[in-house]
Design a protein around this ligand. Sequence first.
Ligand code: SF4
Length: 345
Amino acid sequence: MTSTDQQPFLSVRDLKVHFSTEDGVVKAVDGLTFDLAKGKTLGIVGESGSGKSVTNLTILGLHDRERTAIDGEILLDGKELLTASERELERLRGNKMSMIFQDALASLSPYHTIGRQIGETYRKHTGASKKEARARAIEMLRRVGIPQPDVRVDDYPHQFSGGMRQRAMIAMALVCDPELLIADEPTTALDVTVQAQIMDLLKDLQQEFGTAIIFITHDLGVIADIADDVLVMYGGRCVERGTKKEVLRAPQHPYTWGLLGSMPSLDGPVDVPLSPIPGSPPSLLNPPSGCRFHPRCAFAEKVTDGRCSSEQPLLQVTDGRGAACHLTADQRRDFFADHTATRSH
Ligand code: SF4
């Protein structure tokens, strides 16, 4: 993407992830392409069901292989993940790539101490002794800001606060110095102060280790804080991508524009009043024809020939910047300005 001239560490090409269900085939991800360089953060934003979490579970190889049809290419440091064996993926998870989930309580075992859980992950991937693993667990707890780590290492998850559990999960995710960290809404359940602390922690750790981060969220405020580049997903497809500044300051897709209008003031377009996007995300079993956003798009009727409901707009990308929409650049500029003015009155 545009934020770097380095070779991408992670390269995803035309990824399609389709699930078989009793009701039919769910096209959860339908042709997704992006790159991520070391030391950079890609924010993936979208509503529930947009395909952002499925994308990342697929990168990690944690999808249900029997019921999932996958096409495309995922290269991690030159290694193709889609054809990797379960054993290879197991080795890569933890060593090379790792994930932080939204719910630390569900991800940590209640039956084992925090120290043991972090230490076991370390031992599994490095062959370290129990003593070395315990020392490493204490070191990691210290790094993520747990006070008295040499004492708290023997606590169970229920003895930690929500924020501390999230930190412990980050410690576990980073214990083997992964080069790719996928964070799936890791701060959603936390209060604003702890949320800010966790974001700062991730940024510090990224600086220290040069980790590449994919940060999944529905919150553009979080994206504004942490991302270098942004990918906006809707209905299993990327509808807009660019640097954080490009996407937040000058959105090109009506959906991104709507997301920005549905959140409190941000370092983005000026004076956009709060206005939730009407309607619901599309069914991926039976998605709308043409542009998947057309039933909710305030601009669909401005495009002539009914193209929005009949023809899928292609994502045109130049230098990492682009949007999938039939509006011309001039139309977009005029309509977005008009619409903002109308909503302001
Ligand atoms: Fe809206 Fe049409 Fe653009 Fe889709 S292609 S976002 S419906 S204007």
